[in-house]
Design a protein around this ligand. Structure first.
Ligand SMILES: [Ca+2]
Ligand SMILES: [Ca+2]
Ligand SMILES: [Ca+2]
Length: 199
């Protein structure tokens, strides 16, 4: 009995300790009003910076970078490109993931790996690669999975990131189809009632 109680207590503790998950994330980085090199995690509302650094870029900026409002240079200024990781994990389910990438707009080719649930893709972009939207549907996410942008290398000149959007695909389940199945039964019932009235 004592063992069972202990197990229950441990289970309750582990559940209580688990961080709250989210089911959507939208960040256009336009809240960045001043460019900040090697921005700490505390300077970003939705992201932690791990294993290196990233730079927060504002518009206008002194680097000659073209962003739509604010954006992120995924290779900071410490010669060690960081991982930009969502502060919160996501609830289990299917998601759509969208983000914009630009080449570094300076020089050299860069490599970025994006991971989220069962989605993993590495992008290799020349410096002059134009801003492009990447849209991934039906990403299967396990409870607590985080979205990670992991830039390779570290020459302080990295791929630019903007307009990250994650939304749940669960709401796309077609409810009208269920209503369709119901409809013949409903009409049949109405017909029966009318007949009954006439008799
Ligand atoms: Ca922006
Ligand atoms: Ca940089
Ligand atoms: Ca680079």
């Amino acid at each position: 009995m004592k063992k069972v109680l202990l197990a229950t207590a441990l289970l309750a503790t582990s559940f209580g300790a688990s961080a709250a998950t989210i089911s959507s994330l939208n960040d256009n980085f336009d809240s960045i009003s001043n460019s900040t090199l090697n921005i700490p995690s505390s300077g970003l509302a939705n992201w932690d910076v791990l294993n290196g650094t990233v730079d927060a870029i504002s518009t206008p900026n002194s680097f000659g970078l073209s962003c739509n409002g604010g954006c992120i240079d995924l290779d900071g200024s410490s010669r060690n490109a960081g991982d930009l990781v969502s502060k919160s994990g996501f609830s289990a389910g299917l998601y759509s993931l969208s983000f914009d990438l630009s080449g570094n707009q300076r020089s050299g080719t860069d490599s970025l790996t994006v991971s989220f649930g069962d989605y993993l893709q590495t992008f290799t972009l020349a410096s002059n690669a134009a801003w492009t939207n990447i849209l991934i549907s039906l990403v299967n996410v396990n409870e607590g999975d985080k979205l990670t942008f992991s830039h390779a290398g570290g020459d302080n000149i990295g791929i630019l990131l903007d307009n990250v959007s994650v939304s749940s695909s669960v709401s796309a389940v077609p409810l009208p189809a269920a209503a369709f199945l119901f409809a013949p039964a409903l009409f049949g019932f109405m017909g029966f009632r009318r007949k009954a009235k006439k008799a």
